[in-house]
Design a protein around this ligand. Structure first.
Ligand SMILES: CSC[C@H]1O[C@H](OP(=O)(O)O)[C@H](O)[C@@H]1O
Ligand code: HPA
Length: 246
């Protein structure tokens, strides 16, 4: 029985320091997850890790089998998921290399298989999604960050776009008017599917770049990689502090 799961995204395909015990390929009624689930120990605590884009990173955000990923984690006994996600920063606090713990989400994605409740139904299910992220898990992440002396922004609205292209300036302006602080491509339906499975879910959003139109010029992969390098080092420290306090 594994209680804590970590889903790694861009810049976190493997979890450094994880003492690997097993790799589990799982087939689900919804198909094959992005990668084998890696079960291991961090600080003597059991953790299951999944590389959201596959290992190596080859699956684009709109092609990820989010249902299979979450189903497999449920099958492995995950009760809480920490999702690590690279994002663009829209509002002023969300500078590159910074980490945020979002508390709200807006879904701009489309055409993704986004629910477990659509086939062979005995009844129609509408889950509550008032708080997409677990308040308790967010609090624990925020206090782990404080103990590791890593500054995080404790709230923020994550806007999920379809990708794989980045956004236009006008799209980011619209998202800002809507109230988005961060933009990424994988937060949905991942968050909703975890909630459908009653798994506590929270995200560490690592800012890779200023979103489109927030700075002069175009967004380059070089700047994204550079910012993620620092952001993911802090994320690793934060996760270590979180696990130490379990
Ligand atoms: C230009 S990087 C965009 C890519 O990175 C993020 O992935 P993840 O959320 O899995 O860290 C974003 O959602 C895009 O998929
Ligand atoms: O600017 C962005 N937009 C969408 N997703 C992202 N993931 C990292 N940066 C971005």
């Amino acid at each position: 029985m594994t209680q804590l799961a970590i889903i790694g995204g861009t810049g976190l395909t493997r979890l450094e320091g994880l003492k690997i015990i097993d790799r589990k390929p799982i087939e689900t009624p919804f198909g094959i997850p992005s990668a084998d689930y890696v079960i291991g120990e961090l600080d003597e605590k059991t953790v299951v890790f999944l590389a959201r884009h596959g290992d190596p990173h080859t699956i684009p955000p709109h092609k990820i089998n989010y249902r299979a990923n979450i189903w497999g984690l449920k099958e492995l006994g995950a009760q809480q998921i920490i999702a690590v996600a690279a994002v663009g920063g829209i509002t002023s606090k969300m500078a590159p290399a910074h980490i945020a713990v979002p508390d709200q989400i807006i879904d701009y994605s489309y055409g993704r298989k986004h629910t477990f409740f659509e086939e062979d139904l005995e009844e129609v299910t509408h889950i509550d999604f008032t708080s997409p992220y677990s308040a308790q898990l967010r609090e624990k992440l925020i206090s782990a960050a404080a103990s590791a002396q890593i500054s995080v922004t404790p709230t923020g609205t994550y806007g999920c776009t379809q990708g794989p292209r980045l956004e236009s300036t006008a799209e980011i302006q619209r998202m800002e008017r809507d109230g988005c602080d961060l933009v990424g491509m994988t937060g949905m339906p991942e968050a909703a599917l975890a909630k459908e499975q009653s798994i506590d879910y929270a995200a560490l959003a690592v800012v890779a770049n200023w979103a489109a139109g927030k700075t002069e010029g175009e967004i380059t992969m070089a700047e994204i990689e550079q910012n993620l390098h620092k952001g993911m080092a802090d994320t690793a420290k934060l996760l270590k502090a979180f696990i130490a306090r379990l």
